[in-house]
Design a protein around this ligand. Structure first.
Ligand code: GLY
Ligand code: MN
Length: 369
């Protein structure tokens, strides 16, 4: 983790003497805490990490994760762990570890206002810096250990995506299918789901972020399943669309158009290409079709320790793709009242273009009722 911390400090502008990461209560945990501290188990609510430019790290852990934290520190000689009990003790120890007049960088992007007030009162003379951009830029480009975890998370997602057709039957509810998918991810080794599983049958598939309900599957409906696995804290994010036969011919054409849009977007992916070009390639295909205007979100985003990991592919983002970025490419067409199709893959940007992390079939598939 030393190399990651050093990279953050190289990118910090203006410079800082220390980087302090603070976790509040779940879900308000700073995912960058796990970027600098590689610990496989534990929630680490109310904990803190103090990183320095030489790559060293002090973790202030609650007693609830002490054993995991100590084990992780034994594997990394640049990390030391201390146990604190509560926010007051945490702030007191922080004020001993970091000089009162320091230039202290905080990750404003994931810091709660309450924690900011608390740490500010412990350091009335500090010169605060925002580390968000430096942290985001470092996290955008993955190292080998991160890629291995993303690959594993993607393999689990792909495996379950392949199994979904065998789970479809008349009357199965969206919640039952989502539960079955999550169980199968766990059985395949996931430590959890990377976000709330999306399953939408028929008209529900037209809402990109639909939350599954007690709504039964009816023959003739299309199905959107968007889900992901966690592997050692790294996510996958995959969407597959299925068609529970007999479906009408429009949804088949919609599926083929979305696949064509995804291919056009993927064809743009290579180092140096502005993110917006990937989006625009997909949008051009859909906007030249009978479903013009029915693609209503950005074509993708970065993935890593978070599912939306600080980098978006939409028409406003000029930032170029870089080797080592892990991103999704996920165009969709959404027909209100009828249904939707989205195809989402996780890919890694390589010197020659890209490599798929998710591998499940993406072609039109009509499953017999
Ligand atoms: N998988 C949900 C999303 O990317 O927004
Ligand atoms: Mn996504």
């Amino acid at each position: 983790m030393k190399a990651r911390i050093r990279r953050i400090f190289e990118k910090l502008s203006p410079e800082a003497d220390a980087l302090v990461l603070l976790n509040s209560a779940s879900p308000h945990i700073d995912s960058s805490f796990f970027y600098v501290f590689d610990v496989p188990s534990g929630l680490f609510e109310g904990c803190a990490a103090v990183a320095r430019a030489d790559g060293s790290l002090t973790v202030l852990t609650s007693p609830l994760e002490e054993e995991s934290a100590q084990q992780a520190a034994r594997r990394d000689r640049d990390v030391s762990v201390e146990v604190i009990r509560g926010r007051e003790e945490r702030e007191k120890r922080l004020s001993e570890l970091v000089d009162a007049k320091s230039r202290i960088a905080l990750n404003f992007h994931e810091l709660t206002h309450e924690d900011f007030l608390s740490v500010s009162s412990a350091f009335p003379q500090a010169d605060w810096r925002d580390a968000s951009t430096a942290v985001r830029k470092c996290r955008m480009v993955k190292d080998a250990a991160e890629i291995e975890r993303l690959r594993r998370a993607a393999e689990i997602g792909s495996r379950v995506a392949r199994e979904i057709p065998s789970l479809l039957r008349p009357g199965i509810t969206e919640l039952e299918l989502a539960g079955e998918m999550e169980y199968r991810m766990a059985r395949a080794g996931a430590s959890g789901r990377s976000f709330e599983t999306i399953v939408g049958f028929g008209p529900h598939g037209a809402e990109p972020h639909f939350s599954p309900q007690s709504y039964g599957l009816v023959p003739g409906q299309s199905i959107v399943c968007d889900f992901g696995a966690l592997a050692q804290r790294y996510v996958s994010d995959i969407t597959r669309s299925y068609h529970f036969g007999p479906t009408d011919s429009e949804m088949k054409r919609v599926h083929e158009k979305v696949a064509e849009a995804q291919k056009a977007a993927l064809d743009q992916v290579r180092p140096g290409v502005p993110a917006k070009e990937v989006h625009l390639a997909a949008a051009r295909v859909i906007d030249a079709s009978p479903w013009k205007g029915l693609f209503n979100h950005g074509v993708g985003h970065s993935i890593g320790l978070a599912v939306h990991d600080g980098f978006a592919l939409n028409p406003r983002v000029e930032e170029p793709l870089e080797v080592g970025m892990a991103i999704t490419v996920e165009p969709g067409i959404y027909i209100a009242g009828k249904g939707g199709v989205r195809i989402e893959d996780d890919i890694l940007v390589t010197p020659a273009g890209y490599e798929f992390l998710t591998t499940a079939p993406r072609e039109y598939l009509e499953v017999s009722a």
